[in-house]
Design a binder for this molecule. Sequence first.
Ligand code: PEP
Ligand code: MG
Length: 363
Amino acid sequence: EASSSDDFQTLLSWADKHRRLKVRANAETPEDAAKARELGAEGIGLCRTEHMFFEATRIEKMRAMILSESKEERQQYLDELLEFQRQDMLELFRAMDGLPVTIRLLDPPLHEFLPHEEHEMQALADAVGKPLEKIREITEGLSEVNPMLGFRGCRLSIVYPEITEMQVKAIMTAAVDAVEQGIKPMPEIMIPLVVNVREIRLITEIIDRGVQEVLRERQVSVPYKVGTMMETPRATLGADRLAPEVEFMSFGTNDLTQMTYGFSRDDVGKFIPSYIEKKIVDSDPFVSLDQRAVGRLMEMAVQESRRVKKGIKYGICGEHGGDPRSIRFCHNLGLDYVSCSPYRVPIARMAAAQAHVEASEED
Ligand code: PEP
Ligand code: MG
């Protein structure tokens, strides 16, 4: 007897025949990756590597790394973090065998990783063998008034290139391990919070050097791509300058919305409902793309970058990537894929098909 779930699968397989947009998932755990694939994801569009370190046993090493006072000290913790990262990456490549896995370099809003409570500082002090006073002093030195506009994203890679070196080594070692196990890894390394081309050049140099080192040592070849997040207005406005340096661009519409409107993405509940009611905005801009604002910046970025270079792949990995109205906009803009949370993958597949059918009818 056919169940409604069978009917839904049939419907989805029809939808898949009528869409052009690929649907990927945002995932960083093997469980989420497996779930995503089961729900039809065609790759991972965003692996937020900082999320791999939230777990209790790992966050302390991450904290110790961030609070390190010298390169040597930082290196010691990076070596320990590398192993976690390598293991997780291998599992992601396994779950997404033959499909792209976009791994974003570390983008931790520092405030999420700094110790806040006295007991957290004490635990860290004990773990790293420093006095509590010292830990408090370093934490205060690192705390920022506007952490979301602060020392995060690629700014971290620029100041501490060794973090990127560690991540690239972990990613490529995992990729080679995967190949040796008969898996086909397709790593795509993504640079977060870019504002200009100089950042991309400096970081790409580190990436390429790290990749070559691993591949030469292991005598295996793995194709890889380097691309950038498009999540600051500055990046979208300079897309023609970024284009020659990248193979893909992924719109991070969470940050792009925050910076375009000047609305904090972490405080939306406070006033957005009144703004919707009073028709200042037609809907929550963090859920649905505003085509005249964030959408307009995306459109300009695609046009300008395409003008100077063909073949760039375009995606979206902010929350909007799972929103049907926004998916229609992304289809019309000619993006290659949307990436959303695993549970939204089926909805995104349907929305992508609907967008395609609607656009064909208009022709
Ligand atoms: C974004 O800003 O849209 C994005 C995908 O990155 P994050 O949500 O991790 O800042
Ligand atoms: Mg972001």
